[in-house]
Design a protein around this ligand. Sequence first.
Ligand SMILES: [Mg+2]
Ligand SMILES: [Zn+2]
Length: 176
Amino acid sequence: MVNRAVFLDRDGVLNANIERDGKQVAPTSLAEFRLLPGVVDAVTKLKAAGFTIVVVTNQPDVATGRTPLATVEAMHDLLREKMPLDAIKACFHTDKDNCACRKPLPGMLLEAARELDIDLGASFMVGDRWRDTQAGLAAGCRTIFVDYGHFQEGPHQPDRTVRSLPEAVSFIIECA
Ligand SMILES: [Mg+2]
Ligand SMILES: [Zn+2]
């Protein structure tokens, strides 16, 4: 357990959510998949600071059939092309499936920690929903909430609230 990691939620952290029926939701096609400003630089900085970078994303649209698995994989190929990621972990279930991977459960973080020798207590989780920071807390990481005013924070306080991934990265590098 020697590596420090930053776990990144995907939608709303690396790429923009889209609006459907007045709600902020995950993009369902490659055409809707847009990186947010400054994220490539921000992730590159984290990597240069010595962090292992792991994306942990709930993608229930795969379980419900809204988004084909191949589309999600194409989005992840694009992320890997653009930025230095060590792993992408995705949960393709809904709450009904009772899996161990869907955030707020920490399954994806714990699996990555085993595979990549990650010291969870020296790691961070960044996300824009309470499910993300709750998963980070459950894994023993420090937690950063990216607040766009769309999503309510959860039942616990994140260690830090920011407005964007670049702002989160400045905080992480200050702490490190
Ligand atoms: Mg999100
Ligand atoms: Zn799952």
